[in-house]
Design a binder for this molecule. Structure first.
Ligand code: PXG
Length: 448
């Protein structure tokens, strides 16, 4: 690893007043009694406020794919901040935004060659859903207004995303959500697929439920289907072999757009630049964020197929074709971070790394946890893994949260959702760090 640009700080006191910060997706009162604060990061490690090195088994929140504080990215952000802080994105542009879109389009296979910039995965999802609806309308098929998501899906926290999403806690508090949304069944099935290495054999037929939904609503009312190629937030639920291909075929049959939400799968998690490459299935729109800037500056991007973009480019030239955009779309700092991130990925072969030896080593390491207490499933693909645990009776989520806390005490950061421990390290991880990661989890599993 390269030298630190910022000297590592060793400890930092907990702020006196933790109350005003309403923390996202956090048990605020529990956290504030015993806070876990991070004060520095380098490569595979965070530094905690009490001065410990924490191995990052989660790439932050699935976003720091090249590892932390990579000098090229730090430098690019610093230089851009000094050169031009902000430039308006409506009826104006700056060169790096255009370069970046061209670069991303050439990285993405097929004709997904137009890029709309956002600031997060949630905004990318909203953008893709809106483009899908507007696309049908500009082509004279304005009756196609329905959106189809999937049970257990996570598409961020905007109203569009939680409407097509299928994680109950993210939906149930927030009223009636978007109208006209339906859901495919999820593909999680431990009876059939537990302890599969890679993609499960059973379940491709679950895609055929889209046929049922089409019969129910009629194809003329359906705009788009959105799925994560694998479901990340729900606990690394992998698509059965052939499933995504079947979804694509049914969408084609009925003129329905297929959206892949690649906020997690994009930028190398599966050992290819995108899940589009990994599965060889071409969607019509792709949502990304996270790894686009290595998490260093918020940014998202939606990729659209040529025909979608062109459908909008039909009216008078002076007309705004899509009434959508954000103050910070293609923010100069984000563009600078994204360029440097792509440089880093390319120079170090990170977008393919998970498909090589390290991916196989990771798979063996994850599956070596078979037989440990309460482990009811192990899953892996590329450099993502999951350990599913038998819940404590009457206390769902508690066991995995205990694992999370104990791992953190032992210097390892993982993510948990329900009773599933998710592992998605930076793609720079080495064998020794995989050993440490898995052995820490093993030790902890023997105590909870
Ligand atoms: N789509 C997908 C597939 C995601 O995984 C979003 C959209 C929303 O992105 P933003 O940038 O708006 O958060 C996500 C985000 C976790 C976890 O550990 C997952 C996400 C975010 C935070 C935590 O499960 N995914």
């Amino acid at each position: 690893m390269d030298d630190a640009i910022v000297p590592a700080q060793t400890t930092e006191p907990v702020p006196n007043n933790l109350e005003p910060f309403w923390m996202p997706f956090t048990a605020n009162r529990q956290f504030k009694k015993n806070p876990r604060l991070l004060i520095g990061a380098k490569g595979m490690y965070y530094t905690s406020h009490d001065g410990r090195q924490i191995l990052d088994g989660a790439a932050g929140l699935w976003c720091v794919n090249a590892g932390h504080n990579r000098p090229k990215i730090v430098q690019a952000i610093q230089e851009q901040a000094a050169k031009m802080d902000y430039s308006p994105g409506f009826q104006m542009g700056h060169p790096r935004a255009f370069d970046l879109a061209a670069r991303l389009a050439s990285l993405m296979p097929g004709d997904l060659d137009h890029v709309f910039f956002t600031n997060s995965g949630s905004e990318s999802v909203d953008t893709a859903l809106k483009i899908a609806l507007a696309y049908h309308r500009v082509r004279g098929e304005g009756s196609r207004t329905r959106l189809i998501g999937r049970e257990k899906g996570y598409h961020g926290v905007g109203f569009g995303g939680i409407s097509v999403g299928g994680i109950v806690n993210n939906r149930k508090h927030f009223g009636t959500l978007l109208a006209g949304v339906d859901h495919l069944p999820h593909t999680h099935n431990l009876e059939r697929n537990a302890f599969t290495r890679g993609l499960p054999e059973w379940g491709a037929h679950l895609a055929d439920d889209l046929e049922r939904i089409v019969q129910l609503h009629d194809a003329s009312t359906i705009a788009a289907v959105i799925v994560e190629p694998f479901q990340g937030s729900a606990g690394v639920i992998l698509p059965p072999k052939g499933y995504l291909e079947r979804l694509r075929a049914i969408c084609d049959k009925y003129g329905i757009l297929l959206i892949f939400d690649e906020v997690i799968t994009g930028f190398g998690r599966l050992g290819k630049p995108f899940a589009v490459d990994y599965f060889g299935v071409q969607p019509d729109l792709v949502t990304t964020a996270k790894g686009l800037t290595n998490g260093a500056v918020p940014m998202g991007a939606v990729f659209a197929r040529k025909g979608i973009y062109e459908a909008f480019m039909q009216g008078p030239e002076e007309a705004i074709e899509l009434f959508h955009g954000y103050t910070y779309s293609a923010h100069p700092l984000a563009c600078a971070a994204a360029h440097a991130t792509l440089d880093t990925y390319t120079e170090e072969g990170l977008l393919e790394r998970a498909s090589g030896e390290i991916g196989r080593y990771f798979e063996d390491a994850i599956h070596s946890l078979k037989g440990e207490p309460n482990v009811i499933d192990l899953r892996n693909l590329g450099l993502v893994g999951a350990v599913e645990l038998e819940p404590i009776p009457g206390k769902p989520s508690k066991r995995a949260f205990e694992v999370f806390l104990k791992c953190y005490e032992k210097g390892l950061l993982v993510r948990t959702t329900g009773d599933i421990v998710a592992i998605s390290p930076p793609l720079i991880i080495e064998k020794g760090e995989i050993d440490r990661l898995v052995e820490t989890i093993r030790e902890v599993l023997r105590t909870v």
